[in-house]
Design a protein around this ligand. Sequence first.
Ligand code: DQA
Length: 144
Amino acid sequence: MTSIKKFLIINGPNLNMLGKREPEIYGKLTLPEIIDYTEKLLANKCLCTWYQSNIEGEIVTKIQDVISTDFSALVINPGAYSHTSVAILDALGILKIPIIEVHLSNTHRREDFRQTKLTAKASTIIMEGLGKNAYLMAIESQLL
Ligand code: DQA
């Protein structure tokens, strides 16, 4: 019997404001609603631990903590830290499990400053523009 896969899903700054935050870009659902939606569609096929922080150092520590866990993969939406954080890039570089970086919006169609993705250098897969399906698709990519 194969053991059930475990995922850590990290959301960075301002993703706790989904629903209120630029709904024309990020959609109308709040983060708890996206989590609910994702969990329902996953139908207990895996175990998900969801984490959100607005603080760079807390995200770095959470990533470091993965080392002593049995998570099968990390899904991360670093938010704006994707464009700026060498510290998060370095922490991701420590991990040996697949890292799937997601962005709800398609940043390629947005401002120039969003075209730099520091954290993507440590990511195995990058998925963008899937909106509320971003986390679901990222997790499913590891269940095939
Ligand atoms: C985002 C894109 C980032 O540029 C932005 O700073 C975010 C959200 C996304 O999910 O589309 O906070 O990561």
